[in-house]
Each structure stands twice: as structure tokens, then as C-alpha cells.
Design a protein around this ligand. Structure first.
Ligand SMILES: [Zn+2]
Length: 173
């Protein structure tokens, strides 16, 4: 197997930034080989609300192009606070002592989401799971239109939508 080199990794990272639509604020600063043969890709984030103005992502030396791209997409979605519903940048905070995130998104409004649901939505989007991806735009509409912040959970193959009044809707996935 031919290992990836620095130039290829730079181009994969640039493609991932474009795919995530963050190419205007995030760029690749450096690609370095570590002593154990793995690669370290350093990013710079110039977004005003950034969590990390620079950060690195490691790519193992024997990874394929696709494995490297997937690792970059997954890590960048988390580090850059990509909204799990609309895939745009948002503000995401973990609520103290809870496995719940509060998302403040310009497109979807303010809502809360269990970390399990966040993981489910992100991997579904990554894997092109059509049923869940179709539910995401519906959920984005629901959170945007709600009078008060909705809360998203999951149970036995159903997405649960709670409002301050209690369970509002279940969506089968
Ligand atoms: Zn959103």
C-alpha cells in the first residue's frame, strides 16, 4: 500500500474544508510527519467565536485517503461546532453534568440535543443514511419555528421532540 504524503494530505484537508463549507475561515497551516510515522495536520480557525484558534488532527501513517478524509470531517465537525441539523457553524455548549448540548444556530435557532442523538445524526450524515438525513431538515424547521427551545432525544428507533410542555412529537427513523 502506498502511504499518503504531505502534499496529498494538504489537498485532502483542503477538500474537507470545502465540503464542510468552512474554507473561508479555516485553513491548513502545516502538515508534519511525527516520529512514529503518523501525520499531524495543523489548522487555523479565524472564525470570531472560535474555540481553538489553532489545533491539530492526527492521521495514522497507513490510513487510506478515504479514512483520512473521514477522520478530518468527524473531528472538524466537533471542533468547529458544526450544527448537527443544518451542517452550518453554530455555538455548541455542553450543559454542566449532563450529556446534553445546547446549540445556538443562526438557521435552526436555539435547541438542546442529547449527545447520543448528536452522534447518531453526525454519523448518519457522514454515512448518507437517507431516512435520518431527511428528518434533519424537518427538525431544523421545528426548532426554528418553536416558541421556546426544543429538546431532542432518541429512544428505540424514534427521535423524540420535547418542548417545555412535554413530549411533542416522535419521528420514526
Ligand atoms: Zn443549524
Amino acid at each position: 500500500m502506498i502511504s499518503l504524503d504531505a502534499l496529498q494530505l494538504r489537498s485532502i484537508a483542503a477538500d474537507v474544508l470545502e465540503a464542510l463549507q468552512v474554507g473561508d475561515t479555516v485553513s491548513v497551516l502545516d502538515v508534519r510527519k511525527l516520529s512514529d510515522g503518523a501525520w499531524s495536520i495543523e489548522f487555523e480557525d479565524r472564525w470570531p467565536d472560535t474555540r481553538f484558534s489553532t489545533f491539530t488532527v492526527e492521521v495514522e501513517r497507513d490510513w487510506s485517503r478515504e479514512a483520512a478524509a473521514r477522520e478530518l470531517r468527524t473531528t472538524l465537525r466537533e471542533k468547529l461546532w458544526i450544527c448537527p441539523l443544518c451542517q452550518r457553524r453554530a455555538l455548541i455548549r455542553r450543559l454542566v453534568d449532563l450529556n446534553v448540548f445546547r446549540v445556538e444556530c443562526r438557521a435552526c435557532g436555539l435547541f438542546e440535543i442529547d449527545s447520543d442523538v448528536m452522534d447518531l445524526f453526525r454519523s448518519a450524515y457522514e454515512d448518507g443514511d437517507d431516512r435520518i438525513v431527511a428528518a434533519l431538515s424537518r427538525l431544523s424547521d421545528a426548532t426554528r419555528r418553536a416558541g421556546s427551545p426544543l429538546s431532542l432525544g432518541v429512544e428505540r428507533g424514534q427521535i423524540l421532540i420535547f418542548s417545555s410542555r412535554g413530549l411533542e412529537e416522535k419521528i420514526k427513523i
